[in-house]
Write a protein that binds this ligand. Structure first.
Ligand SMILES: C[S@@+](CC[C@H](N)C(=O)[O-])C[C@H]1O[C@@H](n2cnc3c(N)ncnc32)[C@H](O)[C@@H]1O
Length: 237
């Protein structure tokens, strides 16, 4: 289909199909297929998360953004790195479970390194205590990246490094969000990291159904979490 002819109904149908229960292989086939239309579709959805998360992470550094090495997890087509670049960052590594998404991201020549990794099934292909910042946008939800993967994100961040995470607050993601919130605070209670900010965002993206939308709005809300890895707990292998 010609991407320029897509409309909100087609996008809503595509995304609803992604939310169906299916095997991991089917899910990645879906993303491989969606990679070509992804940016057109999320622009129709007014998907603001990559820009908002990039601005939130950038605000953690007073200067020298261009020297910070950032791992973009579930990088998709590279929208997050593009937004980080606008904020002054220059050094990116990316991982994603979908070959199709990685191919599109690779075409942008933004990432110094791009690797395939199926989170929840294998560890991140990165050394411990390595990245100045780790970011994951649009992938913490049911059927995507499970919340038990969060300790892996902390492992690869440098002591004192930042971890930026996002999730959605629409009704069908509230169960996942509750699990995620619990995981985040358990890790804080263990002293692995501390919460710096939790930013609630009203207009995260346009809803894919009336049921998912907030009252008197076509949008769902979302949240951006910023954590700082403890200096006291390096995870050196
Ligand atoms: C909605 S897209 C978000 C992409 C990008 N971060 C953005 O905000 O535009 C979700 C991405 O997560 C990836 N993904 C989903 N589950 C994954 C998993 N378990 N391991 C690795 N990647 C996964 C998909 O392949 C897809 O590229």
């Amino acid at each position: 289909m010609d991407a320029s002819k897509r409309d909100i109904q087609q996008v809503q149908k595509t995304i609803a199909s992604a939310h169906k229960d299916c095997s991991l292989t089917q899910k990645m086939q879906f993303y491989n297929h969606w990679a070509h239309d992804y940016e057109e579709d999320v622009s129709i959805l007014d998907y603001n998360a990559p820009r908002l998360a990039a601005v939130a992470l950038a605000s953690m550094y007073p200067s020298n953004h261009e020297e910070k090495l950032v791992l973009d997890i579930a990088c998709g087509t590279g929208l997050v790195a593009q937004e980080l670049q606008r904020c002054g960052f220059k050094l990116f590594h990316g991982v994603d479970g979908s070959e199709g998404m990685i191919q599109v991201a690779g075409g942008k020549k933004l990432y110094k390194e791009l690797k395939k990794c199926m989170l929840g099934h294998e560890p991140l292909p990165s050394p411990s205590d390595y990245y100045d910042a780790v970011i994951i946008v649009g992938a913490l939800s049911d059927g995507q990246v499970p919340s038990f993967v969060i300790p892996e994100l902390i492992r690869v961040a440098k002591p004192g490094g930042f971890v930026c995470l996002t999730t959605r607050c629409n009704p069908s993601n509230l169960h996942y969000k509750a699990q995620l919130d619990q995981e985040l605070s358990v890790l804080q209670n263990k002293g692995l990291w501390e919460c710096i900010t939790v930013q609630n965002v009203e207009k995260w993206e346009r809803a894919i159904s009336e049921h998912e939308a907030q009252k008197e709005s076509d949008y769902i809300s979302g949240v951006i979490y910023l954590y700082k890895k403890s200096e006291a707990f390096p995870c050196t292998d």
